[in-house]
Design a protein around this ligand. Structure first.
Ligand code: NAD
Ligand code: 0WE
Length: 256
């Protein structure tokens, strides 16, 4: 019940109740964690503020991860409010819709840059600015990734390249921050119907095929991901860092 008593966790990437980060927030709150939330813009702020308040969070701050200044201000504010941070949930990805429509070979330079900036570099920037607030006590950082990082999944395109960079960044951050007992891991979730999935053509069909092929014969839920997130954010995973763990009902383990 109180696995996260007196633990302070920052969540980046809650947009609404379907967000994977929201499932993680609810599970953390049930275990007694103190939570802080960020939002990318005013439209998302309107959705996140009441959700955060539902979990008794008083810290709801702006952070567009494409802005160094906003990331800096976020951690300056957390330093004055909390002093230290025990865990971070990075649950952010974005690629320009135009580049997801075109064949992968037609990806624009600007689109490649945007996808890698928002979806991969942001983890490095956040970890770097969080370091001073985590270095004394240690901590745990998790990010969300997808199978498209490791296989060419139809239609995932430049996002797959960004997720490959994200998974490599997890390993290099783990190597860099390990001496301060800061652990960094990625959770590779199967398809879940969220806002980020809503713009993807034929997502329903993808989910149906996934459930048919996966050993567990079902789709993944936010709760499946949240339970693994609690493991990685807590001391239960004290000996694990730099890892990417599939929470995909076994889909990646099978073929045909
Ligand atoms: P979501 O739309 O609820 O979350 C994505 C979040 O990214 C949103 O809150 C959005 O505001 C935020 N974001 C986008 N650009 C940003 C920026 N510049 N600065 C700050 N925030 C920004 O969707 P989700 O499915 O919960 O996605 C969360 C993470 O999970 C993503 O990394 C995604 O790749 C990953 N993931 C999703 C699935 C899936 O099928 N839904 C599967 C595996 C991994
Ligand atoms: O990471 C993602 C999707 C992230 C995403 C979604 C959009 C849609 C709208 C990033 N950028 C944008 N840009 C937009 O304009 N997922 C893991 C979900 C996802 O997307 C897929 C998937 C899965 C799973 C695309 C093709 C195939 C599978």
């Amino acid at each position: 019940m109180e696995l996260f008593k007196n633990k302070k966790i920052l969540l980046l990437g809650v947009a609404n109740k379907k967000s994977i980060a929201w499932s993680i927030a609810e599970a953390l709150s049930n275990e007694g964690a103190e939570l802080a939330f960020t939002y990318v813009n005013e439209a998302i702020e309107k959705r996140v503020r009441p959700l955060a308040e539902e979990l008794n969070s008083k810290i709801i701050l702006p952070c567009d991860v494409q802005s160094d200044e906003e990331i800096e201000n976020l951690f300056a504010e957390l330093e004055s409010r909390w002093g230290t941070i025990d865990g971070i949930v990075h649950s952010i990805a974005y690629a320009d819709g135009e580049d997801l429509k075109k064949p992968f070979s037609q990806t624009s330079r600007a689109g490649f840059h945007t996808a890698l900036d928002v979806s991969a570099y942001s983890l490095v920037a956040v970890a770097g600015k969080a370091f001073p607030l985590m270095k004394e006590k240690g901590g745990s950082i998790i990010t969300l990734t997808y199978l498209g990082a490791q296989r060419a999944v139809p239609n995932y395109k430049v996002m797959g390249v960004a997720k490959a960079a994200l998974e490599a960044s997890v390993r290099y951050l783990a190597a860099d921050l390990g001496e301060n007992n800061i652990r960094v891991n990625a959770l590779s979730a199967g398809p879940i119907k969220t806002l980020a999935a809503s713009g993807i053509p034929q997502f329903r069909e993808l989910m149906a095929k996934f459930a048919a092929a996966a050993p567990l014969k079902r789709n993944v839920t936010g709760e499946d991901v949240a339970k693994t997130a609690l493991f990685y954010l807590s001391d239960l995973s004290s000996g694990i860092t730099g890892e990417t763990t599939f929470i995909d009902c076994g889909f990646n383990a099978v073929a045909l």
